[in-house]
Design a protein around this ligand. Sequence first.
Ligand code: FES
Length: 288
Amino acid sequence: MGNVKKSSDDKANNEKTDVERRTFIKALTASSAALLLGGLSFESYINPTAGKTPVIGNYPVAVLVDSNRNPIKADAIPAATTSSSSYPIMTFNYPLQDEPNIVVKFGGLTEPIPDAVALPNGEYLTAFSGICQHLGCVVPLLDYHPHQSIPFEAELIGYNAINWPAYGLLFCKCHGSQYDPTRGPHNLYNSGPAPSPAKHSLPQVMLQVDSDGVVYATGLNPANAVIRTHLWEPGGEEYGTLVKDENLSGGTPLPKYDGPTLAISSQYTGTLYKTIVVSSSNGPWPQK
Ligand code: FES
């Protein structure tokens, strides 16, 4: 009798475990599908329909402005160090209206960041495309995580406090692509416990700071990759001068800057555009 009771308890437990397992697998499948759909739907949203029609003749010069349309100064952007435990998301569109990028600043580096802006206090300011080079997931799925803030998804592929780099990584939570922002244009990171599924570095946005400290986006680093959403162009996966034309095909131009005269106006007489930096609320951004 005792054995019969034990056998029926075991059966009940096994059935319960099976149900839990099926529920877990269903949830996992649903969340994976949601991620995939998210990536695909964004790609279809952002891919310009009039792909080969340039909407602007060259990379625009665009002043970074806050949500009140005030130009942003480099010293108002928080700097990540090796002891940072969080960093705000700061994203802006460039070179076209529907192409997000991530701006990051670093302090305490012993080596300069290639092609970044060297600030007078020894900090470095740079920006990268916020469109993952793997399948096109965007901010905030692709985001910068400093040394003391390892994303859960990175821990799942083997990262920990020892092997997460001193200045962290730009990490894509969709499928685990990793990019080291301290390496400038050649930022694809495959030195961790799991390789990046992406094949290219994130395109680096060229920034400039004027004599008043105001920040501008002025182009994309020609040493770098094509923006993910332009890889469909013939030859789009090659690096080089072709990038310039491809990046400006389709999409919507940035709005023109119409605020007070800026210091850059004494050297630059072309059309000045503006791009709004949108930020998460957990950081010191925006500062007045
Ligand atoms: S879209 Fe796959 S890792 Fe980013």
